[in-house]
Design a protein around this ligand. Structure first.
Ligand SMILES: Cc1cc2nc3c(=O)[nH]c(=O)nc-3n(C[C@H](O)[C@H](O)[C@H](O)COP(=O)(O)OP(=O)(O)OC[C@H]3O[C@@H](n4cnc5c(N)ncnc54)[C@H](O)[C@@H]3O)c2cc1C
Length: 259
C-alpha cells in the first residue's frame, strides 16, 4: 500500500499534524495508532477534559483520511528514497510505503523498574495510568493503596479514590520522600521510604503501590532503524521536526530538538 503521508500516533500532536496536512490540501494520508480510538494519552485515561483538545479529536475524526486503529508501527526502513513502514494489525503484518512519515508516538510513564527502585516484584504494583484504567472499568486498585503523588495523573487517581467506601488511601508526595524498597510477595505489603526533609526512614503499610516518575519515549520500535535517537530514546530533530532521515519527521512528546 502506498500513501503520501503516514502519521504514526493519533494523540493530540499527531491529530494536529493531520489537521495541518488537510489545511494544506494533502491527500492520501494514513493515521495509525495501537489504540482503537483517536486521542492518545489523555483520551486513553478518560481525562481529555480541555474543550479545545476534544475539538481537535472531533475534527480529526471527520477528516477524509484513513485511520487504522489497533495497529502498531514496528519498523521503519528507507529503501531507494521511499520509506517503508511495517505495521502490525489485527489481521497480521502489513507493509506501507510513504513519501513522508510523521512520528508522534508520545511518551509512557516511567515505572518503578525503569527508575531502579529495588525490592520484590509484587502483583499489586502499578502506574497511575493503569490504576486509572481499573477505576474507569469500575474496579479499585487495592483496599489500602499507597499513591505517590508526582504528576497530574497520580493526583487524579487519588481524587477519584478519596471518597470510595472500600478504599483507604495513603498519599505521599514525591517531593517529600525517596522510595527505598518495595516489600511483599505475591502482593505489596509495604513500602520503605526516606523522608527528604527529616532524613528518617519509615515503612508505609499498604496492599498496593501506585507510582511512576518521569516519562519514557514511545520509540522502542525505532531502535533497529537509522533514525537518530538521544541517550534516553527521544527522537533527535531540528527546529522543523526533521529527523536524521529524509522524509521522516517527529513532533510532540517523543521528540527532542537538538539540531
Ligand atoms: C504521566 C504523564 C503525565 C502528563 N502530564 C501532563 C500535564 O500535566 N500537562 C500536559 O500538558 N501534558 C501532560 N502530559 C503529556 C500529554 O499527555 C501529551 O503532551 C499530550 O497527550 C500530547 O502528546 P502526544 O500526542 O505527543 O503523545 P500521546 O498523547 O502520548 O499520543 C501518542 C499516541 O501514539 C500511539 N503510539 C505510540 N507508539 C505507537 C506505535 N508504535 N504504533 C502506533 N501507535 C503508537 C499511542 O497509542 C498514542 O495514542 C503527560 C504525559 C504523561 C505520560
Amino acid at each position: 500500500m502506498v500513501f503520501d503521508t503516514v502519521i504514526i500516533g493519533a494523540g493530540l500532536t499527531g491529530l494536529r499534524q493531520a489537521l495541518v496536512l488537510y489545511a494544506d490540501n494533502r491527500e492520501n494520508v494514513l493515521i495509525i495508532d495501537y489504540e482503537e480510538k483517536m486521542g492518545g494519552f489523555y483520551s486513553d485515561n478518560g481525562i481529555l477534559e480541555k474543550k479545545e483538545d476534544r475539538k481537535i479529536v472531533a475534527q480529526a475524526e471527520n477528516l477524509p483520511y484513513a485511520f487504522w486503529g489497533k495497529s502498531t508501527a514496528i519498523d521503519i526502513e528507507t529503501d531507494e528514497n521511499v520509506n517503508v513502514l511495517t505495521v502490525q494489525t489485527e489481521i497480521g503484518s502489513r507493509e506501507v510505503k510513504a513519501s513522508q512519515i510523521i512520528i508522534t508516538t508520545g511518551t509512557l510513564e516511567k515505572p518503578r523498574g525503569a527508575n531502579w527502585i529495588p525490592g520484590s516484584r509484587p502483583a499489586s504494583e502499578m502506574t497511575p495510568s493503569l490504576a486509572l484504567s481499573f477505576i474507569e472499568r469500575g474496579y479499585i486498585p487495592g483496599m489500602r493503596p499507597l499513591i505517590i503523588i508526582d504528576n497530574d495523573i497520580s493526583q487524579i487517581v487519588a481524587d477519584r479514590l478519596k471518597d470510595h467506601p472500600d478504599c483507604q488511601v495513603t498519599k505521599e508526595y514525591a517531593k517529600d520522600v525517596e522510595i527505598l524498597d518495595i516489600e511483599g510477595d505475591p502482593r505489596v505489603t509495604g513500602v520503605r521510604v526516606l523522608g527528604k526533609n527529616d532524613g528518617k526512614e519509615r515503612k508505609v503499610s499498604c496492599d498496593s503501590f501506585i507510582y511512576s516518575h518521569g516519562k519514557m519515549p514511545n520509540t522502542a520500535f525505532l531502535r533497529m532503524s537509522d533514525i537518530g535517537l538521544d541517550d534516553l530514546g527521544f527522537i533527535r530533530t531540528n527546529a522543523y521536526g526533521e529527523t536524521t532521515l529524509p522524509g521522516i519527521y517527529a513532533y510532540g512528546d517523543c521528540a527532542v530538538q537538538v539540531r
